[in-house]
Design a protein around this ligand. Sequence first.
Ligand code: GDP
Length: 217
Amino acid sequence: MVHCLGKNPKMKLKIMLVNPYTHATFLKSAARVEHLPSDEGFEVAFAGRSNAGKSSALNCLTGIKQLARTSKTPGRTQLINLFSLDESRRLVDLPGYGYAKVAMKVKQDWQQNLAHYLEVRQCLRGLVLLMDCRHPLKELDQTMVDWALNRELDVHILLTKSDKLSRSEVKNTVLKVRKYYQLMEEFITVQSFSSLKKEGIEELILKLNEWFAWPVP
Ligand code: GDP
C-alpha cells in the first residue's frame, strides 16, 4: 500500500504504508469488563449500531475474512471480543447496540457494559465509532461519543458503506458530521469508509497507528 505525503504533487513523498493489523489473531471473548485481560498496554475499540458494518470493517482492515465472525454467533453477540496484535496491543470489538429485536433489559445491560468499559479501561487509547453514512448521528451514537468525551478519549468516526452514496453526498455527510462536532475537533476525527470498495483503509490505518504508538522500525 503506498501513501503520499506533502501538498505539492511534484514533491509528494511516497512511503510504503505497512498494515500491522493483518497479524491480528483472536485472543478471547469477555462477557464483562472484569473478565478482560489485565488493563495494560494499548487497546483500540470498535463500536457502532448493529448492522453499521463493524464486522466487515474489521475484516477489511485486517484482510482476514472471518476475523470478526465470532461476534455474529448467536448468543455471543453481547460479548467483548479481543484480537491480539502483539503482546501489548489489542483491537477490541464491542457489542453492537441499537438492535430493535432485543428486550429492553438486555439493551440496558449492554449499555451499562459498554459505558463501564469506556469509563474504566485505562489502556484504551481511542474509539473507532462506525455509523452508516446514510444514517449518522443516531441518539445512541451520540451517547457513545459523550461517554468517550467524558474521559477525554479520542474518537474516530467511520462513516461506513460510502459506496451506497454518490461522492458528493459522502463528502457532504463527512462535512456535516465534522461540523456537528467542531467544538470537540481536538478529540473527534471523521472519515468515510467502504469495506465493499476497500476505500478509506489507509486513513484508518494512520489513525490506528497514531493511537497504538508503534515503535519506529
Ligand atoms: P455489523 O453488525 O456492524 O457487524 O455489520 P456487518 O459488517 O455484519 O454488516 C451489516 C450489513 O452491511 C451486511 O449485509 C454487510 O454486507 C453490509 N455492509 C457492510 N459494509 C458494507 C459496505 O462497505 N458497503 C456495502 N454496500 N455494504 C456493506
